[in-house]
Design a protein around this ligand. Sequence first.
Ligand code: SAM
Length: 279
Amino acid sequence: MNGDLVTGQPKGEGPATEHPDAERASGTAPRPAPAEPATTHFGFAQVPAAEKARRVASVFSSVAPSYDRMNDVLSGGLHRLWKSFAVRQAQVRPGMRVLDVAGGTGDLARAFARRVGANGQVILTDINNAMLTEGRDRLLDEGLPVASVLCDAEQLPFADASFDRVIVSFGLRNMTHKDRALAAMTRVLRPGGQLLVLEFSRIWAPLAPLYDAYSLNVMPWLGERIAGDGDSYRYLAESIRMHPPQEELAAMMRSAGLARVQWFNFAAGICALHVGVRP
Ligand code: SAM
């Protein structure tokens, strides 16, 4: 890992790597998700909860063709280093089953497919057909054996305890009920398996004004100039602001039933990787 990107030691409850006793541990069931709130945020706007998924779908249908190019432009290529750190942290081995949730254009599924070998399996999922099609076609063109499934992270159509690793990268903040998505992702993990959440997070406070100026002004401007879609990039910038900071997300992961939750900050907290283990 490029040490410059990790601003400190992992924070949280201790190592998230599998413990030898994990398989024998109590098998705590993920907790049921709470009731539906009437409204939620879509960027800075407050919208009916039932409306958010439709709006998010419209954003990603719109950005799908330019998504990878814009990621490189807006992050100066840093997203590749953050993803590469997440892949290494996942310690995926031959024979494992890996689920890439909200996997979009498939960067992580690609990296995991190369690690699981012929006896393992990687499944790429997304709620958005345009994003999933981009990812699926690219992986097929590269000859990688990745199955793709169109589904909502809040209602994953997979058996309990059926994956060794579940990862969601820059997807969670777009979900209407993050608690339900975290519960669903925890449910499909085997005991001892890990959930990895890579997401924009809370930057070190002294740098916040500079970062706000960049993300809330420059990002939509670049989105308009390069992809002809300033509104979608305004939403993406606002959604970063509305996502729970590091400590709060760790608490949500614990509430979903995960243990030994820890996180790594990148670029002063612009992005963080949270890791938790299903007991
Ligand atoms: N994981 C990819 C990456 O890291 O580049 C794509 C991230 S993209 C910013 C966010 C993805 O989340 C989009 O493809 C979007 O369709 C997906 N998404 C949003 N809400 C979702 C949900 N409820 N269930 C599954 N996917 C969802």
